[in-house]
Design a protein around this ligand. Sequence first.
Ligand SMILES: [Zn+2]
Ligand SMILES: [Zn+2]
Length: 455
Amino acid sequence: MSVKLTFYGAVREIGGGKTVLRYDGTTILMDFGMDFLAGSDHFNERLKPAPYLEVRDYLHLGTLPPLAGLYPVAQRRFLEQEFDTALEPADVSGILLSHGHIDHVGFLPLVDISVPLYCSAQTLEVLRYFDEIGQFDLRMDQRPVTVLEPGRSVQIGKCEVVPVLTDHDVLGAMGFIVRCGDRSVVYTGDYRLHGRHSERVCAFFDLVRQEKQHATTILLTEGTRLGSGTLDQLSESQVQDGVMRAVAAAPGLVLTDYYVLDTERLKVLLRVAEKTGRTMVLQPQHMLIARRFARFDAELERLLSNVQVYLARRGSGRYLAPDYRLFEQEYLVTALRAADIAEDPARYMLQLDFVDLSELIEINAAPHTAFIHSGGEPRGPNDPNYVVLMRWVRDFGMDFYHIATPGHANELDIREMIQRADPDVLVPMHTRAPEALDGFVPNTVSLRKGVTYEL
Ligand SMILES: [Zn+2]
Ligand SMILES: [Zn+2]
């Protein structure tokens, strides 16, 4: 029996994947992501859908799947009565989540809380974290979640799902082999070969090859870096060498900017802090997820003992409890403040988020303060906030270093992995340049959004 796949996102774009798999009466979704820049091509920071029209608008634009079982009953009724919107009556047996990045989970708040979720223990921590810092209203305490153990398969309706650990710039990233009778649909999620665990990725693609012994294999691979023409990338230890040199050369304060979920990068910064005798200072939300992830990572646990927390001024500007969220309030007494950093800047490496750059005024950052941009926001020169960051760098006379490495495999690594798996059908997704793999295996699908492929 064939399997049907429909893609609502990650088609000629990076992220935003929401892939519907239908087999023998079972409907499974793979990821439920939001496009990186607030919503999708159609919305941004300024132009947002009204909350009560969000599902309607995204359905209309073809960004959300028209499956009744996904959305809360009240929302369904509203759509039917007000807009005559016909939704397919299908129940959804579950949503598989490959990892906790927003472009893979960011639309989950729109999903009815009764829909079962499947993810790694680390991804579950990320989802809870989003709730706690108020980034999303996921209500994770009310949702049914099955925590997936790597290699241990689970039955979802008529499908058997094998979760496999991969390597990406967040802990707990997984790919999935979804066995549907004599078809095996393989979804890689995001992966890279230059991280600390390339062996996991190789083992995953070897597994896919073995799958061919009993099934037709359909490989859905990410291709973020396809067509970019660059192989530029550092290993995490080369990143560490670079950070080490930058910190050793810094006469005063060192500022860092890494992405809050990338605890592998945090470990790099913490190792450098340890070696150079500095104290790493994190903002409360960084500390929150680091402490959660520390239970999966003994080295992180140890390194966190050399960390202090920083509180930026908010609200009243007087460090009062109501100015802060609950998870921040526990640091009201113990946290370092701008004045503490200003007193002895050369003692610290301080993580400073983009939104808190104005703290530099109070810290009285001296010329040649080092700013190590290492994967945090703004994410690159294409982000409008990058110009703003550069203005602060210039006006404070800071020494700016970009020392980072991509979370995604380069084109040659992707090709090598595809050859390793030798799939019967190849589906490049999560890329702006899928044509880079046109005809790479005889049966390569060129995706279109919202079209159902029967394979
Ligand atoms: Zn992604
Ligand atoms: Zn990702």
